[in-house]
Design a protein around this ligand. Sequence first.
Ligand code: SAM
Ligand code: SF4
Length: 347
Amino acid sequence: MSLPVLSSPTQSESTSVFGALQDSHGRVIHDLRISVTDRCNFRCSYCMPIEGLAWKPKSELLTFEEIFQLTKIFVGLGITKLRITGGEALLRRGVVNLIENLAGLPDVQDLALTTNGYYLKEHTPDLVRAGLRRVTISLDSLNPQGFHNLTKINALPRVIESIDVAQKAGLTPVKVNCVLIRGVNDHEIEDFAEFARLWGLHVRFIEYMPLDGPGAWSRDRVVPGREVYDRIQARFPLLPVAGKDLSETARRFRFSDGVSGEIGIIAPVTEPFCGACSRIRLTSDGKLRTCLFSLHEYDLREPLRAGATVDELITIIQSAVFRKEPGHRINARDFIAPERTMSCIGG
Ligand code: SAM
Ligand code: SF4
């Protein structure tokens, strides 16, 4: 398959010549999540509204050329970590070409993809050739019925096969994201730990966040990270992984008996890590979000389409980042969930 190459960055755009992206709380931003679509072939109840699902028209989505243009600017502003996400990124035709172009950007130290794994198996060879380095696969149940209940699709064997193919292709460490919901899949915590050991995977347990449409989330459905740790520790003693990057969201553990695999615990609800956040997001329709829970977003698509200069776009980005929220307010009495659900924001 031939992969068309988009225009490459100029020297001045490819190095951090524009100055670092820093917010008013002193946090330096070096991590950009790029959502390439709001569409998905799964219907995970924690990620999408149950009713009234409507995809954005194609004209509202950034083209790959536009995504690349904006990403070059972000990289020039000091972004070193890129993650492609969605919706389901592998549903968008041409995403491999985008990844190839992003992989060619100087100064990008980490390029990863988050996927539900459905189409990963067949795309893996092209993704590796394109320069993808790591992959995170979402998987919330190891039981076919449980998997279907959560995603509304019978695809557990396909996803497991994709994990296998990704591992063998060297997209390692393969990370598996598991969102825990009380009474739905929390009985599988130890099974997932065993899965991590058997396959040598990094399994990351994520607390359920209120990003699934109005009124769907409730606090009593959140499984606290501490509980996850205690339960796994009781079965497979854990040791903390040293040398953690402070901006990393997961607390990481290895197995004390030396068996391969890792456990990550991501606890944004019970143990917020906003003080060390270094992340921003670009939505598929070209909005810059400075927090998952932002109630305000900054449009980059229209200025870009109207012919804004690089300097003008930089001004929008820098002033948005400067106003980055000090933290999410999930635990505040007057918390307001964002209008967009996770599938539209890009997780
Ligand atoms: N479709 C891809 C996938 O499922 O991996 C990428 C997009 S998905 C929105 C990115 C991540 O967000 C997934 O790992 C998913 O489990 C997580 N996620 C979605 N809704 C969430 C919620 N309400 N709370 C916590 N994590 C959530
Ligand atoms: Fe789709 Fe991923 Fe959301 Fe599930 S979590 S509905 S796979 S975007």
